[in-house]
Ligand binder design. Structure first.
Ligand code: LIP
Length: 266
């Protein structure tokens, strides 16, 4: 299944505008965090507030008005099937924990898939005035300027992004860190997998690894990394419903990072 180049170009322009609007709404909530009602989902580290729901509602309403035949999968309101062959994959606020704790490392992530393959990615980070975007076959940009994965740094000279959650045993997560340290590597975990994938695409991180991640956290970032010349571990063709292992890196570092991060989630 494919959509016309025009159709995809229209969706990219729409996604950039929508992510900008969604980011502005999220910022309003960000500046009023003390008034939010925060709920725990799977555990006390897996949080949600009305900010997440309101931002996803805005995005879904705009998609329904502009591309009524497209499907939508969002973190907070689930899956609505479409008939166009394209499904939007949305995380309204990726990095909910940093967001609720007053830190700037969060983003709005809008991906789109055709037959389970990421074909569009827009990640807006309002606190940094940055918007990453990519269309399959069209390259990746940061605020309109072309970006590429690093061709100079590796696992020993650069920094790796890591993610983890309760679906991964503490021992497994620690083993990844231990293996990275054993080769003289270094890592960051900023709480937003989508934003760290965008940093891989921009050459700021050498790679990103997370043993179990949801589709809405990674599909936009996967499109960005691929279009920036990086390598990604394909997300399973399971309808995007179940979490899966996520791995993305500059090509020269991918195999070694795959080996270092190969742990089984719970
Ligand atoms: C987050 C992901 C991150 C993961 C966190 C959390 P959220 O998404 O971006 O990779 O490690 O546990 O799931 O919940 O902030 O949208």
């Amino acid at each position: 299944m494919t959509l016309s180049d025009t159709g995809m170009a229209e969706r990219l322009a729409f996604a950039k505008r929508t992510a900008e609007m969604a980011g502005a709404l999220a910022m309003e909530y960000f500046h009023q965090r003390d008034r939010l009602t925060v709920e725990a989902k799977r555990n006390p580290q897996d949080l949600v507030s009305e900010a997440d729901r309101a931002v996803e509602k805005l995005i879904r309403e705009r998609i329904a008005a502009a591309f009524a035949d497209d499907g939508i999968l969002g973190e907070e309101f689930g899956l609505e099937l479409g008939v166009s062959g394209l499904t939007w994959v949305i995380d309204p606020i990726d990095g909910t924990s940093p967001f609720l704790n007053g830190m700037p490392n969060w983003c709005v992530s809008m991906g789109a898939c055709i037959d389970g393959e990421p074909v569009l990615g827009v990640i807006a980070a309002p606190c940094f005035n940055e918007c990453y975007s990519a269309l399959r076959g069209g390259g990746a940009t940061l605020n309109g300027v072309s970006i590429r994965v690093t061709s100079t740094l590796d696992l020993r000279t650069g920094v790796v992004g890591l993610g983890s959650n309760d679906r991964v045993t503490p021992a497994a997560a620690a083993r990844i860190v231990e293996s990275l340290f054993e080769i003289g590597g270094s890592f960051v975990r900023n709480g937003s997998g989508a934003l760290m994938l965008a940093y891989v695409a921009a050459g700021r991180l050498v790679g990103y690894a997370e043993p179990s991640m949801n589709a809405w956290d990674c599909m936009a970032g996967y499109c960005l990394v691929t279009e920036a010349g990086g390598t990604v571990l394909p997300f399973p063709q399971n309808g995007l419903r179940e979490p899966a292992r996520v791995l993305a890196a500059a090509p020269a570092s991918y195999a070694e990072l795959e080996q270092i991060s190969a742990v089984a989630p719970e």
